[in-house]
Design a binder for this molecule. Structure first.
Ligand SMILES: Nc1ncnc2c1ncn2[C@@H]1O[C@H](COP(=O)(O)OP(=O)(O)OP(=O)(O)O)[C@@H](O)[C@H]1O
Ligand SMILES: [Mg+2]
Length: 221
């Protein structure tokens, strides 16, 4: 599903260059559940953003279902992102002035504000994360774990085969973390979605199928 070949990423600011990634080779197969672990600054977020076509490598190739996403025009890349990839972030990134339901409805393709089918779809997605009864709440009226479940429902809006999560449980207690991991495991096992997540938590990585360690921009298993 995703193939990285000799991917490097450098950030330049003035006369200094940061080598965030140094020649990464990685294969992610459909149905995989991969955890990326490693110290702060080792390149995990950079790697995830490149896998998700949010960022481009300085050199090397990134293939998503055979398409070279590093070389694509931005408009094609964003179309591909919308159709194929769901993103989940550590800070949830919900819109505070919108209800849970409105947040989930937001990315639905061609969303129209009064479209009742989008509303039903958003309601169904909230049901899948166990929040059917909290659709009208605002993010500030939900716990951290509940907000992350809304964010997961939102990431599923366009039915993406690939889900990328950057420390999705980083701000949650152990009970909420377990619940989020149950949901991600179901998305992987029951629905066959491919999941790549970044975590510092050994309890979280234990529940992945495969753990890849990142250190100084390189991989070690
Ligand atoms: N936009 C940027 N400009 C310059 N340097 C950057 C940029 N983004 C990341 N870096 C640098 O690239 C390296 C890798 O950063 P990255 O965010 O990928 O690490 P990480 O493994 O996700 O760390 P953490 O666990 O703290 O989130 C670091 O040295 C960081 O300072
Ligand atoms: Mg990071």
């Amino acid at each position: 599903m995703v193939e990285l070949r000799k991917v490097s990423k450098e950030y330049r600011s003035g006369s200094t260059t940061v080598h965030a990634l140094r020649g990464i080779d990685l294969n992610i197969k459909g149905g995989d559940f991969l955890a990326l672990m490693g110290p702060s600054g080792s390149g995990k977020t950079t790697l995830l953003n490149i896998i998700g076509a949010l960022d481009r490598p300085t050199s090397g190739k990134v293939l998503l279902d055979g398409d070279d996403i590093g070389a694509m025009h931005e408009w094609r890349r964003s179309g591909l992102r919308l159709r194929k990839i769901g993103f989940i972030f550590q800070e949830f990134n919900l819109v505070p002035s919108m209800t849970a339901l409105e947040n989930v409805k937001l990315p639905l393709s061609g969303a129209k504000p009064f479209d009742t089918s989008n509303r039903a779809r958003a309601q169904e997605l909230l049901g899948r994360v166990g929040l059917e009864d909290k659709a009208r709440r605002y993010p500030s009226q939900l716990s951290g774990g509940e907000q992350q479940r809304v964010a997961i429902a939102r990431s599923l809006a366009n039915d993406p085969p690939l889900i990328l999560a950057d420390e999705p449980t980083g701000e949650l207690d152990s009970e909420s973390t377990a619940r989020i991991m149950d949901i991600l495991r179901d998305l992987n096992i029951k629905e066959g979605r491919t999941i790549v997540l970044v975590t510092h938590d050994p309890e979280v990585s234990r529940r992945a199928r495969r753990v890849v360690k990142v250190r100084d921009g390189r991989l070690s298993s």
